[in-house]
Design a protein around this ligand. Sequence first.
Ligand SMILES: C[S@@+](CC[C@H](N)C(=O)[O-])C[C@H]1O[C@@H](n2cnc3c(N)ncnc32)[C@H](O)[C@@H]1O
Length: 215
Amino acid sequence: MINISPILESYLDHHVDQEPEILSRLRVETYQCTTQPHMISGEYQGRLLSILAKILSPKTIVELGTFTGYATLCLAEGLPSDGKIITIDKNDELEYLCRKYFDEFEFASKIDFRINDAREELNTIEKNSVDLAFIDADKESYPYYFEKILELLRPGGTMLVDNVLWYGKVMLEEEDKKDPSTKILKEFNEMVTKDERVESIILPIRDGITLIRKK
Ligand SMILES: C[S@@+](CC[C@H](N)C(=O)[O-])C[C@H]1O[C@@H](n2cnc3c(N)ncnc32)[C@H](O)[C@@H]1O
C-alpha cells in the first residue's frame, strides 16, 4: 500500500459507505483462516469496486484472483438480474471459504467460480463478451492478462488492474533491479499508458488501481 497521510486516510475511511455485514464477517474469517490475509481487498477499495459495478451495470464480469471472494462479492453487488461474474483462482485450498460466503450471498447463482490457472481458463471465454474485468492475480502475468482481457472485452468495456503502484516501488529508480514484480509492473504501466487501443488512468487508491477503457 502506498503511504498517504494518516489524517487523509482516516478522513477517507470515515466518508465511505460501510461494507455489508456479510463482507465484514468474510474479512474476519479471512484473517483467522488464511496465511496471507493482507491479499484481501480493503474495505475502501471494495466500496469502489461495488460503486463502479453499480454504475456500469455489467452483464458479464471476469475476475482474475478470487482469493477468499471479497472483491467477487463487491463486484457482484452491481450485477443486473441477468448478469454473471466469472471468478478464477488456481488455488483450491480456499474454495470451501469462498463457497460458504457465495452460497449465502443473495445472488449466489450469478457467481461462476472456476478453479484453474487464469492463463488457461481465459481461453474458454468468448471474445468481445465481457463488460468489466478485474485483474488481481499473479503480477508476472499482468502483460499477458492485459492482452487477453482486451480481446475478451467488448468495445467500451472496462478493465481494472490492482496493485499497479506496488507499495510505491514502481516510482523508485533501483527497485526494479531488486524485485522482478516491480520490474514487470513498471513495464506494464508504461505499456498501458502508451497503448492506443485503450484510455487509461492510474487511481492512487491503496496499492494503485488502473482504470482502463477499451476504445
Ligand atoms: C491478491 S489475491 C486476490 C484478492 C482478491 N481479488 C480480493 O480482492 O480479495 C491473488 C490471488 O491470485 C491467485 N493466483 C495467482 N496466480 C494465479 C493464476 N495464475 N491463476 C489464477 N489465480 C492465480 C492466488 O491464488 C490468490 O488467491
